[in-house]
Design a protein around this ligand. Sequence first.
Ligand SMILES: C[S@@+](CC[C@H](N)C(=O)[O-])C[C@H]1O[C@@H](n2cnc3c(N)ncnc32)[C@H](O)[C@@H]1O
Length: 703
Amino acid sequence: MTHSRAAVTAPEGNTTGTRRHPVLSTAVRRIAVPVQDAVDLVRRALSPDFCEGYWDGVWARRVREPGTGERQDMRDRCAWMTVTVWLLDAIVHNRPGTVRGSQQWWSGELGDPLVGYLTDSVCTSVDDTLGQVKDLQACSDLLPYVLESHGEGSRRSVMLRPETMHARLAKKHSGVFYTPEDVADHMVSRALDGIEDVTPITVLDPACGTGVFLRSALRCIQKKEGSRDPLGTVCSKLYGSDIDGLALDAAAAVLLLECMESVRARKILPLTAWHAIRLNLVQVDALRLTPSIEASETFDLARRERLALRASLKSGVLPSATNRVWETARIGFGELYPELHEGPRLIVGNPPYADIGKEGLLAHGLYFHTLRGAPRATSDIYPAFVEQMVRLAAPNAHGGALVLPLSIACNSGKQFRALRALIANEPGHWNFSFFDREPHALFGEDVKTRNSIVLWTRKANETAVSVQTGPLRKWRTTDRKRMLASIAYTPFTGDIITGIPKLANAVQTQGFARVCELSAVMGNPALSLRKSSLKRAMDSSDPAVYVGPTAYNFINVFVGSPKMGELDGLPLSENPLYAIPCADEEEAFELYAILASRLCFWLWHVQGDGFHVSKAFLDSLPLGMVRRKAEREILSSAGRLAWSVTRARPIVSCNKGRYSLAYSLSADIKDALDRVVLDALGLDDGLAAELASFDTAVSTASF
Ligand SMILES: C[S@@+](CC[C@H](N)C(=O)[O-])C[C@H]1O[C@@H](n2cnc3c(N)ncnc32)[C@H](O)[C@@H]1O
């Protein structure tokens, strides 16, 4: 595997204290370009034969790991470590160094064969290239992103620099989106707070990448415990795995940088301290891990051997690497981490968001509920990581924190229903927060995804399941810090298998429960939806209501044949709309009143994916209740009035030369419609006020 010569884009969360995200991205790019150039220089100077022996002697984890089945290119890994050592040396000594000097600092009297292998001219070129990294403090803060080896590749980078497409595809394929530091900090500290009385605390990130979560966990634990020995904390409390060995080498370096105080106090070489940390990071497909059932003499022996190995590394001795053969498809957790055979107390991370693939399905399909529910190569891999969180955590008190796509809350596919069923039956406190992608996104402007953060904590012997939820949050760049700090939860006791509703407070929860009750009692007559183009909608004279298939700050609804003069003769958008044919005009206005109300928009937010207006959503509206005779006339006249005002203010937009229309209601019209609709449903006034503030919060993106 070779890596493209491209800059890495950091996620745009907080890192250096510089919270202006575009600046941050530029800061990473400024460091990552010379770093990757230097890696290329070293890589080209190394021969595969030299690297095999060099790797085994110097860099290989001291106990061989299961790996991924295919051997990664050792030239890449040696080159990355050479550059990483250069950067660490420069950061620690706060000055640009040299390849030879940094190797001397790193390996000391143990020596490093690379020093004699690289020519003076290669070393000088590498020093000159890395000398372009001027801001060493930024380099230190951004290290997990700088050492991300795929290189820059995001939706935005491809628009700006098409040559980054290759890296983007590789990242997408393997589901690699590195987590912003502020998100990792938020998740780790909330999760640790949730199991405060558990000791000793141990943390695993099963897909740890370059160690963003483990670094957050280290800082948080150090602070809580007031410890002065970060190396001790890392070695005894922090564990990781990843299928990418390069990422693990980098994660060990990221953690080591936090431990320099311990390295100095112990008077040991950075190389052996790095190995002590790397021992806790294992290259393995985390889905192969199974809980280790019981302690045995074998475990005890392995545990003692491992503790002895760790102790010698921490005292500055570098034993040779021990070979181990990993033959079985499933690997007991205790085999990889013998001293932790019961499992970690806390499992955190950002698992890959990608398809499981044919091979993954063959390897894991039978083993995970969520894959058994939907045994397809295109099934998502991340639900299996949620299962692993639940399955691998130590018995009794434990917890987890995962950042996931929004689909965990709203995808109606079998895999996701199976996942939610699993959660609904798993004791503990499940807290969900949800994040929209506009105006700002949790992973920053380059990655633009909608996300959920799942926090799970269970105290010893708790057997009840409690679920708390939150709204689909929207915020602006400048509010990011406040938004994360203000995250709170609302208890929800209803069914979560069909979806986890996104509710902001008790009023919303009660309102939603009432709507569900009404639907259950009255039934929801399925709407006879069909697809229609805008042109057909405008030409038709049959009574009908049209609904846009996607939405953002409002749902686009209009009553049939608007005949807008402005669009006459213009090429119209061919994006299909939903057409809901009605028996007569009265029925069309009645339906319009409901679909254009804030209640409908809010329900869409609560249940939907923040973008699509699905047929299932439209069918779930409590129309059975409101469409009783007595209410129909009132609704119909309210709808007629609302439409007569609204149709005069179309929003005309043009995309790639094709025009479309949308209609958004003014606040007073929405107030009037809400009153009528809520009244028809027998929902109280408190909800009307709540819907008005919800609507304002959405349109002003105030979380
Ligand atoms: C979304 S990235 C997250 C990395 C890091 N935890 C972070 O948040 O910045 C996902 C990581 O999962 C790793 N990965 C993918 N499939 C895996 C598997 N089956 N087992 C372990 N790690 C895996 C990738 O190599 C990548 O580093």
